[in-house]
Design a protein around this ligand. Structure first.
Ligand code: 5GP
Length: 208
């Protein structure tokens, strides 16, 4: 059976990660999104079960203690976690999954899964990032300060990722992301039956 691709993407918030993930999923419907649990409140337009499973703190901590999460982390004062079962199902069924998680979570997944593609997206500079966060208008100044502080920490841990991408020009960044996914798909592991198929398809067989 074809093995699904597990693609983990981390980036400081405001880097354009969600936009790139949405573009990728729209053009490559074989990917589905690993919906995380979070204790943060929903933002305008966010949908329960699609963007996140919004959860009370007590409930999250109890799920964590039961081993419900493949990885979890505290980010900007809230808890976030990836449900373990979804990852196991994807590994078993060959489905491709995208994880939009922070650096701490990516590091745990890398250790626990021992497979998959780990991509870190950089903003062109902290200055550009700050400007984007202000323009986005979803966070107050205090939150933006927290996010910039976090961005510095995340960037300092970016060496653990297999690939780096700079989102300066969105079109260019998307082309690079697609190129990465295409190259990854060439690994024999995703098409284990290919040699057999090629060997079994001969001209003489068709003309017997
Ligand atoms: P936001 O609150 O802006 O949606 O997400 C804040 C940060 O939490 C982002 O860096 C996002 O990638 C990360 N995040 C979202 N879901 C998870 C998760 O399940 N685990 C971890 N470790 N981080 C997550």
């Amino acid at each position: 059976m074809r093995k699904g691709m597990l693609l983990t993407i981390s980036a400081p918030s405001g880097t354009g990660k969600s936009t790139l993930i949405n573009m990728l999923m729209e053009k490559h419907p074989e990917f589905s999104f690993s919906v995380s649990y979070t204790t943060r409140s929903p933002r305008q337009g966010e949908v329960e079960g699609k963007d996140y499973f919004f959860t009370q703190r007590e409930k999250f901590l109890s799920l964590k203690d039961q081993g419900f999460f493949a990885e979890w982390a505290e980010v900007h004062g809230n808890f976030y976690g990836t449900p373990r079962q979804k990852v196991l199902d994807a590994l078993e069924s060959g489905q491709s999954l995208i994880f939009d998680i922070d650096v701490q979570g990516a590091s745990q997944l890398k250790k626990n899964l021992n497979t998959g593609l780990f991509l870190f997206i950089f903003p062109p500079s902290l200055k550009v990032l700050e400007k984007r966060l202000v323009n986005r208008g979803t966070d107050d100044l205090e939150t933006i300060k927290k996010r910039i502080h976090n961005a510095k920490q995340e960037i300092s841990l970016s060496h653990m990722f297999d690939f780096w991408l700079i989102n300066d020009d969105l079109g260019q960044a998307f082309a690079q992301l697609e190129a990465l996914v295409s190259a990854e798909k060439m690994r024999p592991v995703y098409k284990p039956d290919l040699p057999k198929t090629v060997l079994n398809n001969t001209w003489s067989q068709d003309h017997e």
